[in-house]
Design a protein around this ligand. Sequence first.
Ligand SMILES: NC(=O)c1ccc[n+]([C@@H]2O[C@H](COP(=O)([O-])OP(=O)(O)OC[C@H]3O[C@@H](n4cnc5c(N)ncnc54)[C@H](OP(=O)(O)O)[C@@H]3O)[C@@H](O)[C@H]2O)c1
Length: 287
Amino acid sequence: MVQQSPGHAIITGATQGIGLEAARELARLGYRLTLVARDPDSLGRVAAGINALAGAGVVTTRVADLSLLRQVKRLGEEILAAGEPIQALVHNAGAYFNPRRVTGEGVETTWALNHLAVFGLTRLLEPLLLASAPARVLVVSSNAHNMVRDLPLDDLEYSRNYRALQAYGRSKLANILFVREQARQWSEASGLTINAVHPGVVRTRFFRGNGLMGWFWRTLLNRVAITPAAGARGLVQLAADSAMQGVTGKYFNQMTEKEPSALAQNADLAQRLWEASARRWGEVTGG
Ligand SMILES: NC(=O)c1ccc[n+]([C@@H]2O[C@H](COP(=O)([O-])OP(=O)(O)OC[C@H]3O[C@@H](n4cnc5c(N)ncnc54)[C@H](OP(=O)(O)O)[C@@H]3O)[C@@H](O)[C@H]2O)c1
């Protein structure tokens, strides 16, 4: 008997680490995949590996540097034009930048990649998600959001006294605030859900390319870190488990629902962040 596919999942940042393991597991569960990353060679290798296990044509690849918002917009338009219904959209790509970097579009890179790309791609794909409902959106956030004491709306791109770990924590706080506000806007009748997940402290190459500080954090955290396959479990559960149907606006620590920080539960801040994000997205991409 031919098993029916549970559908189509899009995963960003699937060339290594947690995203790669989540992609492998979702393919094993029978999903068709669209994998997004910036390096075509790595993407090609990953796609070939998964297709070899799950069947030719399971994986479609799309190349985009998600720190560049015009590339995010182009990616969204390509996915809309292809029109394949989406059952799960997993925003996994993310990084830490020390020292502060600004993209070629003039946006602080942590904020562009970890927050604005998630905001912009979700907003762009909304019509296709609605047409595909029920559909799930999942944002890979982090317990690092707990370190953040304030999110200054007049300096979201941290032009003053940049601290890399705080910038990272703020972007992951923004993920949870976005999830909260987007969940509020999507009615139950829409059939769309959105949640945030902390994957655990995971042994990946996450801090690479960040000098001594990156080396320090990687060495320290690797002592307690879990494998990428274990880190992917929460993502796969939220994307695919039938028990998660209808669950929305929540924060998960791996497989378990958890209260995020008080700041992450501030509804007024979530709305004002939404407005600021829409403005910045519009400025950079032209709408
Ligand atoms: N590792 C942890 O302990 C931990 C803890 C909490 C949360 N997280 C979150 O989990 C997610 C995955 O992290 P990870 O540890 O698996 O990191 P990773 O091993 O560094 O993988 C990150 C993935 O994102 C891709 N990526 C990075 N920058 C990109 C860009 N500009 N455009 C497109 N793709 C880009 C990478 O592609 P390349 O191969 O091209 O670099 C890679 O596929 C991140 O959102 C991270 O913040 C991780």
